[in-house]
Design a protein around this ligand. Sequence first.
Ligand code: NAD
Length: 374
Amino acid sequence: MKIAVVKECKEPEKRVALTPDSVKSLIKAGFECFIEAGAGLATGFYDSAYEAAGARVYSDKQALLTEVDVLLKVNAPLVDELLLLKEGSITISFLYGYTVPEIIEALLVKKISAFAMDAVPRISRAQKMDALSSQANLAGYKAVLLGANALGKIFPLMMTAAGTITPARVLIFGAGVAGLQAVATAKRLGAVVEVTDVRAETKEQVESLGGRFLEVQAEGVQTEGGYAKEVSAEYLQKQKELIVKHIAEADIVITTALVIGKKAPLLVSEDMVKSMKPGSVIIDMAVESGGNCAISELNCTVIKHGVTIIGESNLPGMVSVNASELYAKNISTLLLHLATKDSFKWDMDEEITKGSLITHQGEVVHQFTKEILN
Ligand code: NAD
């Protein structure tokens, strides 16, 4: 089976779907790998390294796409790319199908089977394929570093002859993958870390990393597959009352709250930003899905009411070497799970196939995507 990797078109994107090492393992498993010239260059993976791993490097993207059976990408394929692929071919990438109806339309027209990395179920069997987690983990780490860099203070307690420096205070919304890595990173740097999450079960995880859990005294929230469902307005009000004091004392606020398939919950209002100390920093990690902070701006760093607000939507891309290595491992493990060197298995009742297959034979087959698109 012929597999292609092309240069990512979304700007600024340095990640690449396969590394030379992952190409080597796929070739060993019997696949043929085709790489667009320069696909890994931004991350330091030269064409020569792909060639040494056994891939064929193509300068002509159009010719490449018309020849292959499977297209692997980090971000969703573009409509123009899909129209070049053979009818009935396969794509694997992040897709967020419910947000891109025009791409779904092109997938249906070309009868392309699209697997979405963002829809791989978060079950233990699929951990090696879980790109949402591998990328969010790196993003949580990078968010803390960006915050530390933008803050005019250091993180740890420091006793010097000239006086004592008190530790920075970091407040984190959401203790999922990104949030927990942010807790660990901020603690390692010496900050005092406070965390709030609607899922009560995260308390123990936060505390085991040395963070303090701020618990909202209200009805617990239902969860599904490790994800939070939307909480009531009453819960959000109680959370707001609890947070008001802590946010005013924080030096850095990192927001990672996510409800899958919904707009991000609004947790930091403009008034809360106004209450923060001048020079403090907010990193709104949910900025791409609408933002947890009312006044963050997508892919911009702005200063409002004396607070630096960072709205970077591609934090993993800022550590593109590790992000590409982990993503390549995730995507090639998924491919090896779904296919042999000769064909795809199409085991439609199998949980990972069923969970991640969005379109197939000209239809949207993914229930959740279907419901949101209708
Ligand atoms: P996750 O599902 O593992 O964690 C999200 C957490 O938010 C969950 O623990 C959930 O219970 C919690 N939550 C939901 N509603 C809440 C509320 N009202 N108050 C407090 N907590 C609430 O998700 P993740 O993989 O850790 O990703 C977190 C966020 O970061 C997502 O929005 C994701 O899209 C984003 N992300 C951003 C980047 C970037 O570069 N900016 C990179 C990766 C992920």
